[in-house]
Design a protein around this ligand. Structure first.
Ligand code: HEM
Length: 426
């Protein structure tokens, strides 16, 4: 996808035409991990980043001019455009701001830098070096016990109440879909912060905060100020899934915690159980997920429970539901009232992470309207059939999609902080 650029020597990016680097109307530049290290600037504005770990750079640069942006970075290079930019950039100069590159030292003194008006070859190497990408061994030196502390905390919580595994998995999802995996979901309301806990999808629904607190205080005892709440959530979600029977995945680490939350984003960015398939597909597409990944992620409903209020409409009014299943659900979910009464999302094996959820869907025993939508004669039917027959396929796809979800816009480097108490900023 990327070609060798001719002006930077080491830039591996290339044309930004649709299908080459930039997707039309999406403003995403794709690069293989570890390969592309660049922030793209069009005219006076930073418009893109190539990788998530460049968030530091884009945050710094977003509202700045190229020249001031360059002051924050190490080196800027004019880039010979090989394809016109799809949006906003046609006819303007495109810039690539490099930093965190092993060839920095030689580049800073090169003529390609000095030939520009702007002061390019400066400072902040330390800051930019800190904007590292997430890595598997992030805490190996700084908190070698972190992983076992989290695993132990999850295990204790699940032994006390098996549903807690589901609740922890969901917390990570509700964190990541709202402005990225930054533990914003954990922030309490305060005089200065309106948290996300009262958002429609969260209120009286998300749980597990006390478990997070317990694990966090153990982490703080062992390694004060080191392990972020966002990483805690990511690892706990994985460990909970594994402890309930699911497949493991590698959690890369190094996320930092936000100092703010967004109630409005929590209200808009988390999917509603009343959505139809096309809306579900589009809501996940908004976060960069394919329909296939959406289906795999919905498989999280292998475990956990839902309140009568969110499935009442389905069990009384919908027709694509097994009548005996509807009747059974109605027993604990009356037509009026009882909205907080619970029922398992997977009525076959409610506390085991297997593939029974997909078998239920084929038998029209999905509890949520949105769940049944992925097996309602639409484009995702075949995938549900595949998962129903092949749990390994589901496990693999789920694990991969969870890794992707966990990488949604993490704060790294100098951004955010390591909260001491997950409920409030330091
Ligand atoms: C496809 C769109 C999704 C919708 C519309 C949706 C909606 C819901 C709803 C309405 C509940 C019940 C909440 C309650 O009544 O208190 C629920 C529970 C749950 N969701 Fe989702 N969800 C979706 C995707 C996901 C994803 C992607 C994950 C995780 C990767 C997830 C994990 C869970 C878990 C584990 C529970 C049970 C939580 C518990 O028992 O505490 N969901 N979801």
């Amino acid at each position: 996808m990327y070609k060798q650029g001719d002006e930077t020597g080491y830039w591996k990016g290339g044309g930004l035409g649709e299908g080459q680097g930039m997707m039309k109307n999406q403003g995403v530049i794709y690069g293989r991990k570890g390969e592309v290290e660049a922030t793209i600037i069009v005219g006076e504005q930073v418009v893109e980043i190539a990788k998530e770990e460049w968030k530091l750079s884009i945050n710094r640069c977003r509202n700045l001019t190229v020249s001031s942006c360059c002051l924050f970075d190490v080196c800027c290079h004019r880039w010979k455009r090989e394809a016109s930019l799809e949006e906003g950039g046609v006819g303007k100069e495109a810039w690539i701001v490099h930093n965190q590159n092993p060839k920095l030292s030689s580049m800073t003194s090169s003529s390609s830098c000095s030939s520009f008006t702007y002061i390019c070859c400066l400072l902040l190497l330390i800051t930019t070096m800190a904007s590292a990408q997430l890595t598997a061994n992030f805490y190996n030196r700084t908190c070698p016990t972190a992983m076992s502390i989290i695993r132990g905390g999850v295990s204790t919580a699940i032994a006390r109440e098996r549903r807690m595994g589901a609740s922890l998995l969901r917390l990570h999802f509700h964190d990541c879909f709202v402005n990225g995996c930054d533990a914003s979901v954990l922030l309490d309301d305060s005089a200065t912060i309106t948290g996300e806990k009262t958002a429609g999808p969260n209120v009286n629904s998300i749980r597990g905060f006390e478990v997070v607190d317990t694990i966090k205080s153990q982490l703080e005892s062992s390694c004060p100020g080191v392990v972020s709440c966002a990483d805690l959530l990511a690892v706990a979600a994985r460990d909970a899934t594994v402890q309930l029977g699911g497949q493991t995945w590698n959690v890369v680490l190094g996320r930092r915690d936000s100092t703010t939350a967004s109630l409005s984003a929590a209200n808009t960015d988390l999917p509603s159980p009343f959505l139809d398939l096309p809306q579900l597909i589009s809501e996940f597409a908004n976060k960069g997920f394919s329909a296939q990944e959406m289906v795999a992620l919905t498989g999280a409903h292998e475990i956990g429970q839902a309140r009568c209020g969110v499935f009442k409409q389905r069990i009384y009014n919908e027709t694509n539901i097994d009548p005996s299943f509807a009747l059974a659900m109605q027993r604990n979910c009356p037509r009026t009232g009882g909205d907080a009464n619970l029922a398992p999302l997977d009525s076959t094996t409610p506390t085991v992470f297997d593939n029974a959820f997909f078998r239920n869907l084929v038998n029209q025993r999905g509890l949520l309207h949105s769940d049944q939508q992925i097996y309602s004669g639409g484009s995702t039917n075949a995938q549900v059939d595949r998962y129903r027959l092949n749990s390994a396929a589901f496990f693999t796809d789920f694990a991969n999609a969870m890794v992707k979800m966990g990488n949604l816009s993490p704060l790294t480097g100098a951004n955010g902080q390591i909260r001491t108490n997950c409920r409030r900023p330091n």
